[in-house]
Ligand binder design. Structure first.
Ligand code: ADP
Length: 958
């Protein structure tokens, strides 16, 4: 079943139908006749004038049908009103659209339908004139045309009905119009008599119709004669033109607005009471005056400008005072003149968009006459001013406020910038410890975004163990229980303090870093605590530096200790013992040992320091292939070897076994090189745990191994030097013994040889031949020289063996004695020996005499052709006396200045200068016995100066 769609104009169509006032009215012959005619012409049992209401078909006329209405849905008529021409269904059973509609299903079923739409002049389909049959049929064209004509008749009837309804309504209304209009109305005839007075006129004139009808107005209202009203009425009638005026009628104390229209019959007068309006106008006038005063005297600048030209139309006093322009200047300017040039386009845009109304507020800048700019907040109000569409503007100068706002904003921005720019973590909390702000540095250092932590507790980023520890400390200190929570950070601050202490912060990823946290209270202007502020400074670097420093000082301390001990002992055993003990102490390791390499692959532990509880490895011999064939070669090249964790390191199984045997969990092995030769190993063991050897620990161990190498080298050198000096001392002693024994034992036979030779010489001189005499001379001379030599050697050997203890000796007396001993020699040579005052010193007087004697005799002996000049002097030095013996002799080549002090060393042949070459050697020995030294400064031919020092052991000065 197909529902007929609703017409497009359904709502107005139904309204038009209702306006006919026909629905549900009684049958009318005019319509019934037309229906009957239609049934007759079409030869159908049923004919209807059917009207389509919103939800039903209502039949104004029905032929052959009892019911007066049926539901609208699924009816032929509902479909028919949608079209302008007829709807004809010859056989409903054959028609898909209608075969299922109720009428087609009823008993008897409708088989035929032909309907003509009833369409108004406006195009509204109101219903149909239709014919129906219970058998299929066809209408011929004449029947159709007739049906169409009849439909037009029905429509004409309906139109007629509408017109009638309208007419009735108009009539009903017109009779009331004059009565119901709010204006008062009266009509006068050409004799000025009242012909009509409406109700309102009765009210306004306070007279009844019956009193006035037929009476002359100028008689009834005689006080109007010659009044303005009277003249206007006369004028209207005379000129036959309507008049319109307002006038006050004193008798009625009423203002009237009067419209009088002349006609041939007289005058029609409409009038109304305008007292209220007049009062309003008066009120308005006074209110306008008040507004003008308000405008004029308003303390804030105000003006009115022409919306079209933007010219100022009025300005108040405050505007003149504030902007600096005179009123004349203002009135010759436009709004553009007080705006910065860059604002003009926006201004014009805004003016164009200005919507009517009050209270549009804007924030602008205005220029004063002096060129200064001010920030203004303006309120606008549109109005008609002097007949022009205008805008009234109220100006509020907010320059100061804006400046304050800007500075506040700047301060806020500055604070934000400071917070964000700071290198410190800045975290603020509420009184209860809820995080309120978390600055950028905190975000970066801790790895949390502010959003993640704001609203949470700072304990999130703290080490709870530290907090617990702090709680215990505080509780003890204050004698009250402080819970291990946020209170630990702020307890002291609540009582007005500031607290700065080190804490550990924990990052989001769990890593930690040390900080110094300075916590303070946040207080409002009244001093009430409102929250807390924690400023944290990352001290990782500082800590690291401190640790480095500590390590550094530890290292220097270690070096100092080891070096000191090495200097003191110079013993190999002590060096190594010191090394292992100190390394074990500093590294807090469990075992430190020195492994000494004996041969290519064999060695043994020769020194160790072991923590209590761990086994000793001393004397442990190691010859193990597990270390690998190459390991010694690698150590030789300076390899450093660390095993952080024996358990996880990839080592040979036998090595692991070996290390496990020694309980080694971790080890550090450092070669010790002695003069670039691989000497042994310094080994550090950790037995209780694996250990990560840091680069600084490795470096430290390396430096220690170097130090040990150096110490070993020194000790070795010392040992050699000791051996050498012992050897030397022994050979010296042997030599002295030999010299003594030899010279002593040789003396006797030599004396005998010399005596008998001398006897031979005395007794047989001249008795033998000349040659024999010469030979005897040689023999005597040789024996004499040998005697001298032996005596000198004896003297030499006796310097040490027969030396006397040192006593305070006056050097001048000693010198005198030496000169006396040399008296003959000095005399023969005509030598001149002079001296400065000499000191008293602690010395062996005999040896000192011999010393002076040897030097002076040499000075006389090795003289040139001139007379020997010898001068002896002394000088005080820091801790010794310096003596000099100066001559003007032959001098000595610088090449030989050291050699001459060695025994038997002479620079000349005996023919040139006699001597044994022992004199200076004896001098040197005497001086060395006294703890001094001897040397010579000389140039050949320039004389020589022999210097010697004797330590000052407390003698008097010269
Ligand atoms: P001797 O005097 O028996 O030769 P010395 O040991 O006293 O032995 O001296 C060694 C050598 O030093 C001398 O042979 C001489 O060549 C040189 N000599 C010593 N004293 C002087 C001097 N005052 N001037 C120059 N040469 C000197």
């Amino acid at each position: 079943m197909v529902q007929a769609p609703l017409p497009d104009n359904e709502a107005v169509r139904v309204k038009a139908l209702c306006q006919l006032n026909i629905l549900d009215t009684a049958p009318e012959p005019a319509f019934d006749d037309l229906a009957r005619l239609a049934a007759y012409i079409c030869q159908t049992p049923v004919a209807l004038v059917s009207l389509v209401d919103s939800d039903r078909l209502w039949f104004k006329s029905k032929v052959g049908l009892d019911t007066s209405e049926i539901p609208r849905d699924a009816t032929f008529c509902a479909q028919a009103i949608l079209q302008t021409g007829p709807l004809v269904v010859n056989d409903v059973q054959q028609d898909e659209q209608f075969v299922h509609i109720p009428l087609a299903q009823a008993d008897p079923a409708v088989r035929f339908y032909a309907g003509m739409p009833l369409v108004t002049g406006e195009g509204y389909g109101l219903g149909t004139l239709c014919v129906l049959d219970y058998v299929p049929r066809q209408l011929d064209s004449a029947q159709l045309e007739a049906l169409q004509a009849l439909a037009r008749q029905v429509m004409a009837q309906l139109e007629l009905r509408r017109s009638l309804a309208e007419l009735t309504e108009t009539q009903t209304h017109s009779s009331d119009i004059l009565e119901s209009i709010t204006d008062a109305f009266l009509a006068l005839d050409d004799e000025w008599r009242f012909t009509y007075i409406n109700r309102q006129a009765e009210v306004l004139l306070r007279r009844s119709r019956t009193e006035l009808l037929g009476r002359c107005i100028w008689e009834e209202f005689s006080d109007l004669v010659d009044s303005a009203i009277y003249r206007k009425y006369q004028q209207a009638v005379e000129t036959q033109t309507s008049v319109e005026f307002e006038e006050f009628y004193p008798s009625l104390e009423t203002w009237f607005s009067i419209h009088a229209y002349p006609s041939r019959q007289g005058l029609s007068v409409y009038f109304e009471d305008i007292n209220a309006r007049k009062q309003a106008e008066a009120a308005l006038r006074s209110s306008e005056e008040r507004y003008r005063l308000l405008f004029e005297n308003n303390p804030q600048p105000m003006w009115v400008y022409d919306l079209e030209t933007l010219a100022f139309l009025a300005v108040n006093r405050a505007a003149i005072a504030h902007y600096g322009y005179s009123q004349e200047e203002f009135l010759s300017m436009t709004l553009c003149d007080i705006r910065p040039p860059e604002d003009i386009p926006v201004l014009l845009q805004n003016v164009a968009n200005l919507t009517s109304g009050i209270g549009q507020v804007g924030l602008w800048q205005h220029c004063k006459k002096d060129g200064s700019l001010i920030d203004v907040e303006i309120t606008v109000h549109d109005l008609i001013f002097a007949g022009k569409q205008s805008v009234m503007v109220l100006v509020n100068d907010v320059t100061d406020r804006r400046r304050a706002e800007r500075s506040l904003l700047e301060t806020t921005l500055l604070q934000q910038a400071i917070l964000d720019g700071a290198n410190y973590t800045i975290i603020s909390t509420d009184l209860d410890g809820t995080i309120r702000t978390f600055n950028r540095a905190a975000e970066q250092l801790l790895g949390y975004s502010a959003d993640e932590v704001v609203g949470k507790t700072p304990l999130l980023i703290h080490d709870l163990k530290e907090v617990e520890q702090r709680a215990r400390e505080l509780s003890e200190e204050l004698g009250e229980t402080i819970a291990p929570g946020f209170e630990c950070f702020v307890h002291k601050i609540r009582s007005g303090g500031v607290e700065e202490r080190e804490w550990t912060y924990i990052r989001k990823d769990g890593s930690r870093f040390p900080i110094v946290l300075s916590a303070t209270g946040l207080r409002d202007s009244d001093g009430n605590l409102t929250g807390f502020l924690g400023i944290g400074s990352d001290i990782s670097d500082r800590k690291q530096a401190a640790e480095m420093l500590q390590l550094q000082s530890m290292r220097s301390q270690l070096f100092a200790e080891i070096s000191l001990k090495i200097r003191r002992s110079l013993q190999l055993g002590e060096i190594l013992q010191t090394a292992v003990t100190e390394v074990q102490k500093i590294f807090q390791s469990d075992r430190v040992l020195i492994f000494r390499l004996d041969s290519e692959s064999k060695g043994q532990v020769i020194q160790e320091a072991v923590a209590p509880g761990w086994s000793s490895t001393l004397d442990l011999k190691v010859q193990d292939d597990c270390f690998g064939a190459d390991y010694l070669r690698k150590y030789r090249q300076g390899r450093v070897y660390t095993v952080n964790d024996v358990g996880t390191a990839k080592l040979e199984p036998c090595l692991v076994h070996f290390l496990e045997y020694l309980d080694v969990k971790s080890k550090l092995v450092m070669p010790i090189l002695l003069k670039d030769q691989f000497w042994g190993l310094l080994i550090v063991h950790q037995c209780d745990r694996p250990r990560q050897w840091t680069s600084s620990e490795i470096e430290l161990t390396q430096q220690l191994a170097d130090q040990i190498g150096i110490a070993l080298a020194q000790s070795q050198m010392l040992e050699q030097a000791n051996l050498q000096s012992q050897e030397l001392a022994r050979s010296n002693a042997d030599l002295e013994q030999f010299a003594y024994v030899a010279s002593h034992d040789l003396q006797e036979p030599l004396r005998m040889v010399a005596s008998y030779l001398q006897l031979l010489e005395r007794r047989y001189r001249g008795q033998l031949d000349d040659t024999a005499d010469e030979f005897i001379n040689y023999a005597v001379d040789g024996a004499m020289r040998m005697q001298t030599l032996i005596n000198d050697l004896l003297d030499y050997s006796r310097v040490d063996s027969r030396g006397k203890s040192f006593v305070l000796t006056p050097c001048s007396a000693i010198l005198d004695r030496a000169i006396a001993n040399l008296q003959t020699t000095i005399k023969v040579a005509h030598a001149n020996v002079t001296c400065d005052p000499l000191p008293e010193i602690m010395a062996d007087a005999t040896q000192l005499t011999q010393l002076f004697q040897n030097l002076i005799s040499n000075a006389i002996k090795f003289c040139s052709n001139q007379r020997p000049q010898i001068h002896i002097s002394s000088q005080r030095r820091a801790d010794a006396w310096l003596f000099s013996v100066q001559d003007n002799g032959i001098g000595i080549d610088s090449e030989y200045v050291d050699r001459i002090f060695l025994i038997f060393q002479r620079l000349h042949s005996r023919g040139e200068y006699p001597g044994t070459g022992i004199g200076l050697a004896i001098c040197k020995k005497i001086i060395e016995r006294h703890g001094g030294s001897i040397w010579v400064e000389s140039q050949p031919g320039q004389g020589s100066t022999f210097y010697f020092t004797i330590p000052d052991r407390g003698g008097n000065s010269a």
